[in-house]
Design a protein around this ligand. Structure first.
Ligand SMILES: Cc1cc2nc3c(=O)[nH]c(=O)nc-3n(C[C@H](O)[C@H](O)[C@H](O)COP(=O)(O)OP(=O)(O)OC[C@H]3O[C@@H](n4cnc5c(N)ncnc54)[C@H](O)[C@@H]3O)c2cc1C
Length: 506
């Protein structure tokens, strides 16, 4: 008999994408979330500034890792306006007099990196080989084919598989690049999810996976109004398609034998019968529901990213501005370290329980500048500063001196710091409390050996049933802790939905 009642728990990007594809396949989908609204870690928050309500991105800010087919097939592409800066990214190291421009054009980039950072390696070969890996990954996403080392070797060969998948980031970077600064620029991605050493096996793989978005051809960009429009709109699309969405509904218990889930909503306790249950939550929640304590402790959850939201009353005047029209929207990167060894040291410093913060780098997403490029005029300018490295010890409100030091560093690059009127710092501790990320990790679990590529699953039989939750035939998991990774991508949600569709049609 066809199984037609699907319960999806968690209305973040992955739950929303999975619900979208499943409902379209002809089954009945109920999507529940404990929060009052859909979106998970892709939501807005309101700041009270001068008596006005001002919306800013509380979690995610930029879009880029989504696949173009998901953006189109869900119906999002026809209702959202987006903008991708074509301006070169601007990189600043403490001992550099001027910004280094990360040009899109390979020849221009070669010249710039040679001139500014003394790079003598082969950036073009790096990009060409990375693209081969990315194409292999993207084909796997489209076909909803879970990863395996044998398929990687068959397509890429042994050498590229070792360099780009199973190997360490340090070996990968040393293979193509000579300058410490080029290596640090590339290495930012490795530690984005947490304190991952450049020497860890499989750390190389984070580079191609984090560049494997196709919605903007591998680049990152902005959604008109704010990235939270994406999850809000997908919620609306899903409702129109017939998905029953119940917010303020917290899953409390699952009976995997009787196929029912119990959740608490404002109307009281509810029992929900299902044929298939999908956990689009963090893995700790999913595993906790089926009481598997062992798997919990084996996983590395710790995150080290913080976010500083900053609002200016007038457009920010960047000292590194160029004459290009989108200069206010350019991505900017401010390093606090000058050498790869200091980079590594600051990345790993937060594993020391006594350390609260060790400055590594800041990535600046100029959201207000991007909104202006889309003719979306907001009363204030806003930027999101994604910054490293925080431990799980403190909330942002306890780290006033860190917030002030970060602003001081930022203001070195701005002509009108006096226009800054509002800030909010979030640490991994805040991400744990606000978004329920177990270790405050933006990818739910660390992207590291044993929990990335083909190991990024919770199945007892990953070769045949990759998105299954342990050995439960009709329980699946597709949150950010599953392959390929977190981010506003929805790829795990899509790939899992395809496995579920196969299962229900058996
Ligand atoms: C500060 C910050 C900045 C980030 N910046 C970016 C960025 O710029 N670009 C980018 O691409 N990514 C970014 N990310 C990462 C990205 O936001 C996440 O990886 C992604 O949102 C995870 O989506 P998800 O659907 O897997 O999980 P989540 O968004 O975590 O959703 C899981 C949902 O499950 C619900 N849930 C959990 N337990 C239960 C329960 N018992 N009952 C009912 N519901 C439950 C939760 O309420 C939540 O809504 C950022 C994240 C943070 C926090």
């Amino acid at each position: 008999m066809k199984k037609s009642n699907i319960l999806v728990v968690g209305a973040g990007i992955n739950g929303l994408v999975a619900a979208n594809y499943l409902q379209k396949s002809g089954v009945n989908v109920t999507l529940i979330d404990q929060s009052e609204r859909v979106g998970g870690a892709c939501i807005s928050e309101v700041a009270q500034i001068n008596g006005e309500h001002f919306h800013y991105a509380l979690g995610a800010s930029v879009l880029g890792l989504m696949q173009d087919f998901i953006f189109e097939e869900t119906g999002l592409s026809s209702i959202l306006d987006t903008f991708v800066p074509s301006h070169p990214k601007l990189v600043h190291f403490p001992d550099d007099a001027h910004a280094t421009m990360i040009y899109r054009d390979a020849a221009e980039l070669d010249l710039e990196l040679a001139k500014k950072w003394g790079e003598r390696g082969d950036i073009r070969a790096f990009r060409e080989d990375e693209n081969k890996v990315i194409q292999y990954l993207q084909k796997g996403y489209r076909d909803a084919r879970p990863p395996s080392l044998s398929s990687a070797k068959a397509v890429l060969g042994d050498e590229l598989t070792k360099l780009w998948i199973t190997g360490s980031a340090r070996e990968l970077l040393n293979h193509y690049l000579t300058s410490e600064k080029s290596k640090m620029y590339m290495a930012m991605t490795i530690s984005e999810s947490g304190p991952v050493s450049l020497d860890e096996p499989y750390s190389a793989f984070t580079l191609p996976v984090m560049n494997s978005g196709s919605v903007f051809d591998g680049y990152y960009g902005f959604v008109k109004g704010g990235i939270w429009k994406l999850t809000e709109k997908l919620g609306e699309i899903n409702r129109k398609q017939g998905v029953v969405i119940q917010t303020s509904s917290k899953l409390m218990e699952v009976d995997l034998e009787k196929n029912h889930a119990i959740f608490i909503s404002p109307e009281g306790e509810k029992k929900h019968k299902y044929d298939v249950i999908i956990f689009a939550t963090d893995p700790k929640t999913a595993l906790g529901m089926i009481s598997n304590q062992n798997l919990h402790t084996e996983k590395k959850y710790i995150g080290s990213s913080g976010k500083l939201n900053v609002v200016f009353k007038n457009p920010i005047q960047w000292k590194d501005a160029t004459n290009l029209p989108d200069t206010d929207a350019a991505f900017r990167f401010l390093f606090s370290v000058n050498s790869i060894e200091d980079f590594e040291k600051s990345t790993l410093s937060v594993l020391d329980q006594n350390k609260n913060y060790d400055p590594g780098y800041m990535q600046i997403y100029c959201e207000g500048g991007a909104m202006r490029m889309m003719n979306c005029n907001e009363p204030y300018d806003r930027i999101a500063v994604f910054m490293k490295n925080f431990s799980l010890n403190n909330s942002g409100t306890d780290l006033q001196s860190v917030r002030e030091d970060a602003l001081k560093k930022l203001f070195e690059y701005i002509n009108n710091p006096e226009d800054c009127i509002w800030t909010r710092l979030l640490t991994p501790r805040d991400l744990k409390d606000i978004f329920h990320f177990p270790g405050g990790n933006i990818d739910h679990t660390v992207l590291t050996g044993g929990q990335t590529f083909s190991d990024r699953n919770f199945s007892s039989d990953p070769e045949n049933h990759f998105y299954r939750l342990l050995d439960n035939e009709n329980a699946f998991i597709c949150g950010a802790g599953t392959y390929p990774c977190g981010s506003i991508a929805g790829t795990p949600g899509y790939m899992c939905s395809q496995e579920v569709i196969k299962y229900i049609n058996l």
